[in-house]
Design a protein around this ligand. Sequence first.
Ligand code: ATP
Ligand code: MG
Length: 564
Amino acid sequence: MSEADTPNDEGARDFIRDIIRADLREGRHQAVVTRFPPEPNGYLHIGHAKSICLNFGVAEEFGGRCHLRFDDTNPSKEEQEYIDSIMEDVRWLGFDWGKHLYYASDYFEQLYAWAEHLILAGKAYVDDLTADEIREHRGTLTEAGRNSPYRDRSIEENLDLFRRMRAGEFPDGKRVLRAKIDMASGNINLRDPVLYRILRATHPRTGDAWCIYPTYDFAHGQSDAIEGITHSLCTLEFEDHRPLYDWFIDNLPVPSKPRQIEFSRLNLTHMLVSKRRLIQLVRDGHVRGWDDPRMSTLSGIRRRGIPSAAIRDFVHRVGLTKSENVIEMALLEYCAREVLNKTAARRMVVLNPLKVVIENYPEGQVEELDAINNPEDPAAGSRKVPFGREIFIERDDFMEEPPKKFFRLAPGAEVRLRYAYFVTCTGVVKDAAGQVTELRCTYDPATRGGDSPDGRKVKGTIHWVSAAHAPVAEVRLYDHLFAKPDPGARGDFVDDINPHSLTVLTDCRIEPALAEGAPGEAVQFERQGYFCFDRDSAPGKPVFNRTVALRDTWAKIQAKDGKG
Ligand code: ATP
Ligand code: MG
């Protein structure tokens, strides 16, 4: 092992891990401390998974620790329900903050003291301008801002006013505390940013103890410093805030000097990753709740049946860069298939049933046939599937007038019933409207198990269930929630909602082994896709969500792009 080749030089490589390796090697830090800092104003989405996997992943890889810190500085939008769901989602993703659970609100007293510190140093002032006036004084990217007429208040007056702000003497929005930095700065974030605002809202944790709240900018870096965070990893929209982040760290007697590093957000086609917009989808009833399986929320993705291992793999494949990009939704589905292929039990389910009567099969006879649970996992063993004279097959697996390459059932054609027998279609029964209602077949008893002793070949194998042993189930098929890959790009994202994103099938027939299952339990419906038990399942009435179809669109995209 060479000098630079410490154990930490193995494993994943990206620009952030390279910085961390260098910091450790050169002794700038003894251990890595990161944090995941969600604002509890909504449910986490797939974008957050990138940040979670990065922060917790880095801490794990380098033997450090990662804090979960709620950035709860805006009580008007924050709720306990969100706090609970965020903790559940982080755990589900496989990460553990141990005893390192924090809230920015834990630091309100310290942050307040630091605000007074800035006032005493002549670096903060109380401003009486309204929000609109402040905006107007701020200037633009090309135009310098203008000083507030209140900017030169004395230290004593500022201290007195700030204390009275805290004491509740002024109405909401009447005054703010601002840093005194530079109204002409090329970086608008440095044009005397607001540090505190007056807001009477009951806070989920501090109740009504405070009527002034620190801004994100004033709370974030200082919270990092209090906790001894070494690398404060955040998304690119905070790049322009970094000079301000550093300004606070440099101008306050903070106990440590964290370093902010930015990376690009995760964006996905056909999905929205913005809590604000997700709230709108829920509130306006476009979906059935936060955990609707069409949502980009982690709770929706979980309910849809995508395993957390697939999300970790997905985030890993997406990688870490500083350039904005949009990832194909198909990659997430590919990752889901990769995991589910190894773990999901195979079962036979008929989504759109068509009855078949096997005329030469003995009336009243039932056989138990052996079916393999998972060809990818011999340890999963096999199960017995009942077979009888009447079965259901998929309506799509029959065509009265088949085109040339149709190898499934048609009048006179012979196919294999998976794990059972060869059958030949001998008759078609129709209703008055001409709709096929039933098929008549004969079977070859010599082909039990699915092979013919005379070496006769059939081209098609179809799945089936025994009509006398097939409970009814509801199956929910999902398509993209948004018809466009870039919802909202041409206007209101609501206009891009796919009206066909949910199809509910209520007369599906399942094999007996599927009658019961725990919510979330994954199965592969043979030839169809991966599904999971939904939490709406009731005894005798299972409900399934389609997680992903078997067909792999990602492989196709790769092939088309010549990426092999
Ligand atoms: P949203 O825009 O959806 O409201 P946010 O950035 O306001 O997201 P926070 O709760 O502040 O949400 O985010 C917590 C952490 O997750 C932050 O460090 C943020 O940078 C990160 N994060 C949020 N969205 C993404 C994303 N799409 N990709 C990667 N990281 C993200
Ligand atoms: Mg945010």
